[in-house]
Design a protein around this ligand. Sequence first.
Ligand code: IPE
Ligand code: IPE
Ligand code: MG
Length: 248
Amino acid sequence: MASHQLDLNNIPQHIAIIMDGNGRWAKKQGFGTRVKGHENGVAALRALTTTAAELGVGYLTVYAFSTENWNRPKFEVNALMRLLVNTLKNEVDTLMKNNIRLNAIGNIDSLPSDVASKLKTVMDKTAVNSHMTLTLALSYGSRDEMKQAVQKIALEVKDGLISADDINEELISKNLFTSDMPDPDLLIRTSGEQRISNYLLWQIAYAELFFTETLWPDFAKEDLYQAISSYQNRERRYGKTSEQIKEA
Ligand code: IPE
Ligand code: IPE
Ligand code: MG
């Protein structure tokens, strides 16, 4: 499938991705270490970012490291953190050239200090960019995010800044890490797993879901086109009837 087969007037504004299958990819290729999968996963993310920006996607939000991923062997966690710092160093010029803003969601303070500081440097540098926002979910867990939002809101109630009656869906959204972005329209997960793994649980309430067998390092342009094509063939009803949607 090619990009010209897509309806450019109906590109999802926000695409969220669970980049899964790096370890299995490395094993399949015969590499002795899962880290090779992560390295090739970075290459896939680079290519995807370019393609998404070309199509006019406004927000691309990728799951790079979950709160649960801290439980992996120390060797793998360290390798992922090294890879992250190096990638940030290598990609900043491309982000600037392509007018892409880098953003992060999650517990950034829990990352090794050099990772957190490099991330902040690149985020500050790219803050002026406006073509697309690339958000890395790092040390991110949706339940943890919601827990923190509840704590912030509870404090505002306690301090008398708001009353419990003022709590509504909008206020909850505003207290999540994703407060400055629209909800995802399309969620893609690679590697054949059909689960959410604690990703953007609140925000994907009405996202269209797309699961593919492709392992993340193999995810190419065509896979993105296919996901978007599938999205474009769906009717988003938001609880209404099909007739109501067609009349509107
Ligand atoms: C996704 O690939 C990357 C991260 C979770 C960091 P995995 O490392 O989970 O690869 P599989 O699922 O074991 O193949
Ligand atoms: C989800 O993948 C997290 C990321 C892609 C960063 P996992 O591989 O950690 O998820 P589970 O454990 O298979 O659910
Ligand atoms: Mg996995």
